[in-house]
Write a protein that binds this ligand. Structure first.
Ligand code: AMP
Ligand code: MG
Length: 398
């Protein structure tokens, strides 16, 4: 149980053990942001439906425009209107998005034309076929436009609307129960007695889960006692698909999460070779998955981003993206190598990545300050100018 696992191996093992929810439901497309498609979306329509103009200008047969010939403007076609077939030797005034009538082979943008009353001539001829967006160049009827497992963001919802979808078949949202251990933690709004600290993990975790779009069941704070921890864990497992806790997972005698889990279900303690956040508790209680986050606020946040989040995405039916690290230039020195892979709170400044001065896992302001995490292997030193890996925080949370 106590082998030291690499971050990538731990992540892969955790994801392997995540089963997507089976149930699906049909929701209004307008209410589907963040949901995961359970069936491919097949278009019934062609987009765009007709060849249409990409410019405000004049629709012509290019051969008619040789030597700057003047052409009568025989029709006017705004977007939404259908023109008539273009008679030989004439031009049509046309606007962006308007269907291009039969007979037209090219649209000339208005800046390249000269007009005189009802006549137009082409001053700078484009290539034949220019400025026409072809019917079906985006989507053809019968084509699959979004795969099952797609998480619906703004672009995907736009695509769904572009094919006229009003409802979408998505996976049910997993129910995630959370509770927070620690006799020292109090909720903001309560007086802060000596020895107490405010519960910051709750605020961060509820926001992280809210952004992910799971259904949250907040079971509040649980005292550091085995019976209370057990009772809450059991209640959580009856209501939720996944139970997530913060704190209480170390080996101290005030840490009861593991013992409670052992008595009710199955538990694995993974020691992950990372800093912050070495202990990760994975288990099952009844039909629910269990994930135990560390108590230290930075550790809890980072472990959530690197492990819990992709796990939950897979439970939601989506395919979590791999951790995408960008190569950046170090704007810092690190002469003493670490013994574990580190995720350091960092910012890009003037094209170089700099570190927050205090990297303690209790210093939550480091995360609020950071744009991302420098992902540094164990046993390496860094000199300013060296390339290092950078994980963008917004992307870890996207
Ligand atoms: P634990 O994992 O329970 O040993 O907690 C590790 C550290 O994290 C201790 O300093 C706790 O006071 C702190 N901690 C635990 N839970 C929270 C929380 N919900 N909010 C802020 N700090 C916490
Ligand atoms: Mg504790």
């Amino acid at each position: 149980m106590s082998e030291l696992l690499g971050v990538d191996a731990a992540r892969a093992r955790l994801l392997d053990s995540a089963t997507p929810v089976a149930e699906t439901e049909t929701v209004a497309a307008d209410a589907a942001l963040g949901r995961v498609l359970a069936a491919p979306l097949i278009s019934q329509v062609t987009v765009p439906p007709l060849d249409n103009s990409a410019m405000d200008g004049y629709a012509v047969r290019l051969a008619d425009c040789a030597d700057g010939a003047w052409l009568p403007v025989a029709q006017r076609i705004p977007a939404g209107a259908l023109g008539a077939p273009l008679a030989a030797g004439t031009a049509a005034r046309i606007f962006t998005g308007a269907p291009v009538p039969d007979g037209v082979d090219t649209v000339v943008m208005q800046e390249d034309c000269e007009t005189d009353g009802d006549r137009v001539r082409v001053v700078r001829a484009p290539a034949a076929g220019a400025n026409i967006r072809r019917a079906g160049e985006d989507i053809r009827a019968g084509q699959g436009v979004l795969d099952a497992g797609t998480r619906l963001g703004p672009a995907q919802l736009g695509v769904a609307a572009s094919v006229g979808a009003t409802t979408l078949t998505v996976y049910r949202r997993p129910r995630v129960a959370v509770f927070f251990t620690g006799d020292e933690i109090v909720l903001p709004g309560q007086p802060l007695a000596p020895g107490r600290i405010y519960n910051s993990n709750r605020a961060s975790l509820l926001a992280l889960l809210g952004q992910l779009g799971v259904e949250v069941i907040d079971l509040g704070q649980v005292p550091d006692r085995l019976d209370a921890t057990r009772a809450t864990l059991e209640a959580a497992s009856r209501q939720a698909d996944v139970v997530i806790t913060s704190g209480g997972v170390s080996v101290g005698e005030e840490d009861h999460v593991r013992a409670a889990l052992e008595s009710l279900g199955r538990v694995d303690l993974w020691k992950v070779n990372m800093k912050p956040g070495k202990p990760l508790v994975r288990g099952r209680v009844g039909d629910a998955d269990f994930l135990g986050l560390p108590g230290n606020p930075v550790s809890a946040f980072v472990v959530f981003c690197l492990f819990a989040r992709p796990f939950l995405l897979k439970r939601m039916g989506a395919t979590p993206a791999p951790m995408l690290a960008y190569p950046v230039v170090a704007g810092f020195d690190r002469r003493k190598p670490g013994q574990r892979r580190e995720f350091l709170r960092a910012r890009i400044e003037d094209g170089r990545v700099v570190l927050f001065p205090n990297q303690s896992s209790g210093v939550l302001t480091s995360l609020a300050w950071a744009d991302g995490l420098v992902d540094l292997d164990a046993d390496v030193t860094v000199a300013a100018g060296d390339p290092v890996r950078f994980l963008s925080l917004p992307e870890l949370l996207a």
